[in-house]
Design a protein around this ligand. Structure first.
Ligand code: CA
Length: 226
């Protein structure tokens, strides 16, 4: 098992590294985001411990860049205490788990064990179906190169379709995934929003990606309409 520790504070980095080595890991240390990117692209690490607070490119940027360049080593993000935003952004940027400082070393090891058991697998943070792309973290959506402006509801609906591309979804499926409990309980609310969505992601581009399945519901074509 080979791990990369990304932390600019010398004492903290040495402490984590020593602990990992005692556990039988081979462990390297990177002190900047740039160094971490270079090392993690050159070596297939079994785990990366990545501090959010780094000078220059921070941990979130490093994580996003690694995933964008196809590095799928499990990443455990170290966040500031009470940094709820860090935790959410960490997971959205493609990290697998997070631990807030100060942490117990036993917990860090337990989480690393769980992550390395899972191993690297492709978990793209950006969803892609044909020429449709959607980034749940930045709330952006594109058809090809064109960014499409969606309302919150339209976005939630498209995300549900894209996570289930090729499957027929009933109106109830769509209501449960894209609407919270405060939705207006009208049977045609889904139909109305599907119409809005088609007008934004299909019609301007001359494609037809959301199919009506009579008597059942809707399906996003697996090819995204091409
Ligand atoms: Ca730091």
């Amino acid at each position: 098992m080979r791990a990369l520790v990304v932390e600019d504070e010398v004492k903290m980095a040495a402490l984590i590294r020593r602990g990992l080595v005692e556990e039988g890991y081979a462990a390297d240390v990177a002190r900047t985001g740039e160094e971490a990117l270079w090392m993690a692209r050159a070596t297939p690490y079994d785990a990366i411990v990545l501090d959010v607070m780094l000078p220059g490119r921070n941990g979130l940027e490093v994580c996003r860049s690694l995933r964008e360049s196809g590095v799928w080593s499990p990443i455990l993000m170290l966040t500031a205490r009470d940094g709820v935003e860090d935790k959410v952004s960490g997971l959205d940027s493609g990290a697998d788990d997070y631990l807030s400082k100060p942490f117990s070393f036993a917990e860090l090891l337990a989480r690393l064990r769980a992550l390395t058991r899972r191993g690297p697998s492709e978990r793209p943070a950006v969803l892609e179906v044909g020429t449709l792309r959607l980034d749940p973290a930045t709330r952006q959506a594109w058809r090809g190169e064109a960014e499409v402006e969606l309302s919150a509801k339209e976005f939630a609906l498209l995300e549900t379709f894209m996570r289930n591309a090729g499957d027929v979804l009933t109106r109830l499926d769509l209501l449960e995934h894209a609407w919270d409990y405060g939705y207006e309980n009208r049977s045609n609310v889904v139909d109305v929003y599907v119409r809005y969505l088609r007008a934004k992601i299909d019609r301007p581009f001359g494609v037809d990606s959301i199919e009506t399945v009579r008597g059942v519901g809707y399906r996003l074509r697996r090819d995204g309409g091409g």
